[in-house]
Design a protein around this ligand. Sequence first.
Ligand code: IMP
Ligand code: MG
Length: 189
Amino acid sequence: MATSSAQFASEFSNPNLEVLLSEEQIQARIKELGTQLTHDYAGLNPLLIGVLKGACFFLSDLMRAIDTRVSVEFMAISSYGSSTRTSGEVRIMKDLDVPIEGRHILVVEDIVDTGLTLSYLLANLHARGAASVKLAALLDKFERRQREVQIDYLGFRIPDEFVVGYGLDFAERYRNLPFIAVLKDPNAD
Ligand code: IMP
Ligand code: MG
């Protein structure tokens, strides 16, 4: 079988990546958000809803920084479009397994870009009779917003660049980076 050295090269030090947020910066910010959430949700038994797949990394670190009783569920949503731009059409691919009437919901998302996915999802969850629906997002690419979305707990505002790592992918690649980086050339190997 033919192999190339590129297959064995380090992904974390890939020269096509420019680090935007280090692992230390991300983890420190998550600790702060966790402290805030511990305080805000004490006694409310919130249900954290992670949006697959990108938010899993943020969700698992965030949850472990929240020191009060919490539950977790997952949803999968697809927004049609190319790999670097969303089209605005949204569809639920995996729904919740539990009713959320009367529950305090915290949606956990990797990034808010145009806001199309989140504005659809938050309205959908509100319509199910939740007691409250709030949003925690690691990244806010605010310059690209098309729909207003209130981010109640935000990690970082970032410029309009395509980023990967810490759950965020380009064509399913780079989710495993412990940091967030700008992908310099999407066509490079
Ligand atoms: P929105 O509906 O445009 O706000 O974005 C929805 C989804 O697009 C996000 O949940 C991500 O999965 C994806 N996305 C947006 N910007 C980026 C990026 O810079 N890198 C990787 N995925 C992104
Ligand atoms: Mg996503």
